[in-house]
Ligand binder design. Structure first.
Ligand code: HEM
Length: 303
């Protein structure tokens, strides 16, 4: 689904390209892990071994660079695809060389390729455990074939459920990572940060602050209906999108994608976790990750 929005229908049907799209983020995450213990001079070798000489990245660039060399209004790119929007944002045509555009798109691809889907996994699991919520969401959705994009975004109960499921299942325990470019002391007397050090916020604590969320350890799917705040709102009380000028620019896209999948699932299927006793999450550093082995059974409702 994400690849279709990024690269259009032709490339999405290319098996080699799609495999590279899946491999590239994994290569990056593995390299990031390895670099933490690798001496700097060995980093290029370790990178080459992990990524098999950058195989996935080169495959992606091989397919995308010629695509971006074509006339920018070419239907292969598509009027509404992300590359086209980027070209339109910067009117200087010399800036977007095909190689530059391909690289930029791959960077955004990395940002987009993991978060929405891991969050969707957690939200689907929460829904599988809560049939009462599913019934109410079914009523709110009504006939899904009548909904356009803004209708989907306007479903306030769905928005609240998604926001609460993400609040209680944060992928990352930390947020708003910032590197000190010079020695820095917070004006309210917080810790001193040396040059080159990272400062960040505890996402977990912000999301479980009793001053903001009454009964914070309790799952209340309609919590945000009462406050009229939206999933995509950027706030220091809900820093899942980061904060300030660097806050996630893809959040509207992510929110819509997640909700489109949920509307489809909720309106068409009964679903439940195959085995309730099996663990569905594992931890790596500050991250909580889904297990690939988790199975959810979907049963079409009209059968
Ligand atoms: C549920 C899904 C997503 C979550 C939770 C998420 C979260 C984040 C966070 C926490 C940041 C760092 C912000 C900061 O440091 O203040 C970020 C940055 C970014 N995200 Fe997302 N993201 C999601 C989906 C997406 C998608 C779908 C796209 C692209 C279509 C995207 C594109 C980006 C980009 C380009 C940046 C870097 C922004 C910059 O440095 O100026 N994200 N995201």
């Amino acid at each position: 689904m994400m690849a279709l929005a990024f690269f259009g229908p032709e490339l999405v049907n290319n098996e080699e390209f799609c495999q590279a799209l899946l491999d590239h983020p994994q290569d990056m995450v593995k390299s990031m892990g390895a670099f933490q213990i690798t001496p700097k001079f060995l980093a290029p070798f370790v990178h080459a071994i992990i990524t098999k000489g950058g195989k996935a990245m080169h495959t992606m660039l091989r397919y995308t660079t010629p695509l971006f060399s074509q006339d920018k209004t070419n239907p292969v790119l598509g009027k509404h695809c992300i590359a086209q929007s980027m070209v339109e944002l910067n009117p200087d045509p010399s800036y977007w060389t095909p190689a530059m555009l391909a690289q930029a798109i791959l960077g955004i691809w990395f940002a987009a390729a993991h978060q929405p889907w891991m969050n969707l996994d957690f939200i689907t699991l929460e829904l599988s455990r809560r049939p009462d919520y599913v019934q109410e969401l079914l009523r709110e959705i009504g006939d899904p074939s009548l909904l356009n994009y803004s209708d989907v975004e306007g479903l306030s109960r769905l928005d609240s459920f998604v926001k609460e499921a993400v609040r209680t299942n944060s992928l990352d325990a930390l947020a708003i990572r910032r590197k000190a470019l010079r020695p820095f002391t917070f004006s309210h007397g917080g810790p001193h940060v040396k040059e080159g050090e990272l400062a960040c916020v505890s996402l977990y604590d912000a999301m479980h602050d009793e001053g903001t969320y009454s009964n914070p350890n309790h799952f209340d799917g309609w919590r945000f209906v009462k406050t009229a705040s939206r999933f995509t709102d950027v706030s220091e009380k809900y820093p899942v999108w980061g904060f300030g000028s660097l806050a996630c620019p893809g959040r509207f896209h992510a929110s819509l994608m997640i909700k489109m999948v949920l509307v489809h699932l909720i309106s068409g299927f009964d679903f439940r976790i195959e085995d309730e006793k099996v663990a569905t999450q594992w931890k790596w550093e500050p991250f909580t990750m889904p297990f690939e082995s988790t199975r959810v059974q979907f049963r079409r409702r009209d059968i």
